[in-house]
Design a protein around this ligand. Sequence first.
Ligand code: SF4
Length: 237
Amino acid sequence: MTLALGRPTPLLAQAADAWFDGIADPVEQALTVLRWAGDTFGDDFAITSSMGDGLLAHLAGTAVPGVHVVFLDTGYHFAETIGTRDWITGVLPVTLVNVVPERTVAEQDAELGPRLFERDPDRCCALRKVQPLARALEGYLAWGSGVRRDESPSRAGTRVVDWDAKREMVKVNPLAAWTQDDVDGYVARHQVPVNPLVELGYASIGCAPCTRPVAPGEDPRAGRWAGRGKTECGIHS
Ligand code: SF4
């Protein structure tokens, strides 16, 4: 499917979403959307990964070999997450784009006081995730994320292809329609690298100070910013 080449527009995103949303098989849908993004935007397309697993990177590397994988290296990640980043980008045909905030954690502590993540997690996420991602994506026309509808109520309306009005880019969510069973099946079939913290009950993995494991049957994202009334870091809204 070729809808247009060149600058992204809301109309392009809407038309592509209507087209791809009808593909029933989740793997075929994800690969088709990723191939379209690669064909349409070329090197101006990148995906992001939190390195909870290599699922999206595996699919993107299959559909668009060499695709850029943006990782927000906040300075607060678990050692296992950094190891998973190096594992994924070492074995899959993708190109790591490691993005760091303007200030190190030590510099932020000196300027704003220690443990900003406890006192003002929205500001901490803005400084260490949202603003760095905005700068990193300035060089692209379209980006992709691994957001799924079944992860939380706030993600239930996720489109396969969407218009990111804040950044004026096309945003693709190739895993939007995937279930946990779809994820587990693909990961097992293709031996996709998975962050070892998943085995320890970390169903959704972010920065270490803001992530805890969840109990069986608990909302997968309940372990993120638990008890702080926050559910999203802001990069998907
Ligand atoms: Fe800061 Fe926590 Fe957000 Fe990471 S997830 S940027 S530590 S508030």
